[in-house]
Design a protein around this ligand. Structure first.
Ligand code: ADP
Ligand code: MG
Length: 608
């Protein structure tokens, strides 16, 4: 912000000097113009010299310098000053927009305060991560991200390191293993002793990644960078020849220098170089303002092209906590069954766990639980006191060779077994989120061709939701890898976005063309695997995201067309000698300003 205020002061001083120069007698006038020029162009010179040292001479700053020095020499000082002045106003506006976007992103990240399960004696307490000190011991549940670097002191589990290392095969960590913040626990509980503290906030990391994301730059941006690299030197050489050749054959040097200066000013690619990246930045900023986190400009491009939406059911289309509609327990008392279920689900982050724990008001004694393991898409297995508990769906019962009776109920059936003995089941009913129906309607309205549900839940539960929402089709009882297979099939028909929340969605979120996750309730592993995170429990935000992406693309495209078109027309005119330097100034900085103003509308236009 400081720098931005300083820029504004420079603009005002330079502009005042420029205005005053008109009131001055001739010799003083030149002094005022020179001062105005130096104040406003100093920064451009500094940038150009810095680039020259790196061996990159030809860029828009260089063109600008060449043209304005030339204009000074041939007595067009006012024009020279106005070019730089307008250019700096453009840069100022664009800095302002970038700053605004960054602030929006930071605000958004502050919404999600990272909590950590700190070990206190024999139990755990959820505290804010910034209060953790080196040496503190914390617990990481399956599906959660390891928030700080540390050393494992208890537990053995598979961790997913792919977001840091790109290595896709999960790594086993156990006592004494070093772990890094950003690893994701996929399997069992881990107790970790912190060896680092929370310094750089996640928000800062994300902002950095958006800023740097050179590798993730959108196609349009890459094109502009390449374009400027080849284009600028060509322009400089043409300008040199345009002055030299006519002079050598005896024509008037000043006339041709003037023409080539016009040519130089006109051909600055400023409008493109500034407005294209700015467009993406404003798009990302606008998304943040609407509680949508986008991890890069490329993601924004892809979102604009999405044709097919695949949706997860539990936790995505339905609420995070449901109602228990039936409890069936023939061997033990119902109260005892609920107690066992609650102990079993205590460490799980799945919506089922939250629901079950709501039924059990007593305090859980963590010492009674050991060897907790969560199997994505199946359920949980653990040791309770000295008995083995198995809680999950029918697939889990089959896998563990439990003799049970399969129930066909409207809802999700959660079975429980102790050792090899089947104890009973509960049925839970999900509730559709109240924004789900509107989201589907709007998705159709804005032209999404196909909408499907891919769920890990049981057929009956998925059928109810699928029919209520009128999706094209729904598939149930899918394991994580089967979700991937389904999406691969959809990808043959077009660009597919997958929306999910759970641990079982992580693989499919990263293999679809675009992963979207529900940030407030979703598991860390799903959030990491996705490109877009919705930071509000409102599904229609997905429609908003698509609309913002489309608007951004439209603005970027129209800026490119407008800038190139004006440029070519005026270039052609100047080659023929039909332009004045004022027209050239318009073609360059005028167009730049107009494209910037056009871009700023991304921040304010109504999208609902
Ligand atoms: P969806 O893919 O629709 O989000 P889920 O996330 O509910 O489906 O996962 C699929 C199934 O795995 C669930 O319906 C449930 O039967 C089982 N499951 C997963 N985690 C648990 C758990 N912690 N306790 C019991 N069952 C579980
Ligand atoms: Mg889910």
């Amino acid at each position: 912000m400081k720098k931005i205020n300083f820029d504004l002061i420079k603009i005002i001083i330079s502009f005042t000097l420029f205005g005053l120069s008109y009131l001055m007698p001739n010799n003083l006038k030149l002094l005022f113009l020179a001062l105005s020029y130096i104040i406003i162009s100093y920064e451009i010179y500094r940038k150009a010299i810095k680039k020259m040292k790196k061996g990159q001479i030809f860029d828009e700053n260089f063109l600008m310098i060449l043209a304005t020095i030339g204009a000074f020499i041939i007595n067009k000082q006012e024009e020279s000053v106005i070019v730089i002045l307008l250019f700096q106003i453009g840069e100022y506006l664009s800095d302002l927009a970038v700053d605004n976007s960054k602030k929006k992103i930071t605000d958004l990240m502050d919404l999600k305060i990272d909590k950590i399960h700190l070990k206190k004696g024999k139990s755990y307490e959820d505290i804010e991560i910034k209060n953790i000190k080196i040496g503190d011991v914390f617990l990481v549940k399956p599906g959660e991200k390891i928030a700080l670097d540390g050393k494992v002191i208890a537990g053995k589990s598979y961790v997913d390191t792919s977001y840091l290392t790109g290595e896709v095969i999960p790594k086993v960590v156990e006592k004494e293993s070093e772990v890094l913040s950003g690893y994701i626990n996929t399997d069992s509980l881990l107790e970790i002793c912190a060896t680092s503290i929370y310094e750089t906030t996640t928000a800062q990391k994300i902002i950095n990644s958006i800023e740097e994301a050179a590798t993730k730059k959108a196609k349009a941006e890459k094109f502009i960078t390449k374009f400027a690299k080849i284009y600028t030197p060509i322009i400089v050489w043409i300008a040199i020849f345009l002055t030299l050749i006519p002079t050598l054959i005896g024509l008037d040097f000043n006339t041709y220098l003037y023409r080539s200066l016009i040519f130089l000013v006109t051909s600055c690619p400023c409008a493109l170089v500034i407005s294209v990246p700015l467009g993406y930045f404003c798009g990302i900023g606008r998304m943040s303002h609407e509680h949508i986190l986008v991890k890069g400009s490329n993601e924004l491009d892809i979102l604009d092209q999405i044709e097919i939406m695949a949706l997860d059911k539990t936790g995505t289309l339905t609420e995070g906590v449901y109602e228990v509609v039936e409890i069936e327990s023939s061997k033990i008392e119902k109260r005892e069954l609920i107690k066992l279920l609650s102990y079993a689900e205590y460490y799980s982050t799945h919506p089922i766990a939250k629901t079950v724990l709501n039924l059990f008001p007593e305090k859980i004694d963590e010492n009674k639980i050991s060897n907790f393991k969560e199997i994505s898409g199946y359920g949980v297995i653990l040791q309770y006191e000295n008995q083995r508990l198995i809680v999950g769906n029918d697939k889990l019962m089959q896998q563990e060779n439990i003799i049970y009776k399969k129930e066909k109920k409207e809802g999700t059936v959660v079975y429980i077994a102790r050792e090899n003995e089947f104890l009973g089941y509960i049925v839970i009913a999900d509730k559709l989120k109240n924004t789900a129906i509107n989201m589907i309607k709007e998705l159709r309205h804005i032209g999404i061709k196909e909408i499907v549900i891919l769920s890990g839940d049981q057929k009956e539960a998925v059928k109810t939701i699928g029919e209520k929402l009128h999706v094209d089709y729904y598939k149930a009882e899918l394991l994580p890898n089967e979700k991937v297979r389904e999406v691969e099939k959809l990808k043959e028909k077009g660009m597919v976005a997958f929306v999910g929340d759970g641990m079982n969605d992580a693989p499919v979120l990263s293999t679809s063309n675009l992963g979207i996750s529900m940030g407030m309730s979703g598991s860390d592993i799903a959030i990491e695997a996705s490109s877009i995170v919705i930071m509000k429990e409102d599904l229609t935000k997905i429609n908003e995201a698509i609309k913002i992406a489309r608007m951004t693309k439209k603005v970027v495209k129209s800026n490119i067309v407008f800038a190139l078109l004006t440029k070519f027309i005026i270039l052609a005119l100047s080659l023929l000698g039909y332009t004045t330097i004022w027209l050239a100034v318009f073609a360059d900085v005028g167009v730049t300003l107009l494209t910037i103003l056009n871009t700023l509308k991304i921040m304010i236009i109504k999208i609902r």
